[in-house]
Each structure stands twice: as C-alpha cells, then as structure tokens.
Write a protein that binds this ligand. Structure first.
Ligand code: HEM
Length: 122
C-alpha cells in the first residue's frame, strides 16, 4: 500500500494553515526577515504560504521554480535572510512535534529553492 504523504499524516490543510500562522509570527518577529514583509498584505501571503507548505508536504497545489523566482525577483532576498527563514521553519515544525525524519524531508524541499529565491550577487 502507498505510504501516506507528510501532508496527509499531519492533518492536511488544517494543520498546514496552523504551521503557516506559527511560522509567520516567527518571521515577522525576526529582525532579519521581518523587514521584508513590512508592506505585504499578510492574509494574502498566508494563503499562498499555506498552499506552499501543503505542496512541500506532498499535498495539492504547488508553485513552479519559475513562479517563485518571479515573485521574489524584486525583493533582493539575501542568503542570510533565506537561511534565517529556513531556521525559523525548522523551529516551527519542531514546535508541532513533527518527526525528525519528516522535518529533514521538508527542509530538503525548502533548501532546494534557495537558488531560485536568493538574489544572485551582482
Ligand atoms: C523556500 C522559500 C520560500 C518560498 C517557498 C516562498 C514562497 C512565496 C510565495 C508562494 C509567495 C507568493 C505570494 C503571492 O502570490 O502574493 C511569496 C511571496 C513573498 N515572499 Fe517568499 N518564499 C520563500 C522565501 C522567502 C524569503 C527568504 C523571503 C524574505 C526574507 C521572502 C519574502 C517574500 C515576500 C516579501 C513576498 C511578498 C511579495 C508581495 O506580494 O509583495 N520569501 N513567497
């Protein structure tokens, strides 16, 4: 029998939404990532991030690398900011008592997007 995806095993969209809320509280509180979101409509961003978290967890809805690149191109995301966000994501998943093996799988999905999100030094 097919093994249930991480998305299915941790409660689907309901859990993904809770993870996104907790994750964004941390992102806004951080002096490194917070300023990037000063002018952003948070409900809209949370909706999108819920879809993203759902997709990296193996649920429905996904963003192509090309779409992510276009969405972040004008934001000048630094490598430091990306790494901070990745650390905060890990902290959040640990708070939700996700198994280490599953956290590793999701972190790999996130880190694979780094070259797409971080502004190349120019
Ligand atoms: C794997 C890492 C990341 C993923 C998957 C991701 C995903 C997304 C998605 C799906 C959106 C779309 C929102 C929309 O359609 O309106 C978005 C927007 C945004 N992202 Fe990311 N993001 C990542 C990393 C980062 C980092 C590291 C930063 C900054 C520190 C950042 C800052 C932003 C901002 C400011 C917006 C809002 C743009 C706007 O609507 O004005 N993102 N992100």
């Amino acid at each position: 029998m097919r093994r249930a995806s991480i998305f299915e095993r941790y409660g689907g969209f309901a859990m993904a939404g809770k993870i996104v809320m907790a994750f964004y509280d941390r992102i806004l509180d951080s002096d490194i990532t917070g300023p990037y979101f000063d002018d952003v409509d948070m409900p809209r961003l949370m909706d999108h991030q819920t879809k993203f978290v759902a997709s990296v967890m193996g649920g429905p809805a996904s963003y192509s690398d090309e779409a992510l690149q276009q969405l972040h191109a004008r934001l000048n995301v630094s490598e430091q900011a990306f790494d901070e966000m990745a650390d905060l994501f890990r902290d959040t998943l640990e708070d939700f008592a996700m198994a280490e093996e599953d956290i590793e799988t999701l972190m790999q999905e996130i880190m694979a997007r780094k070259p797409v999100i971080v502004k190349a030094a120019s």
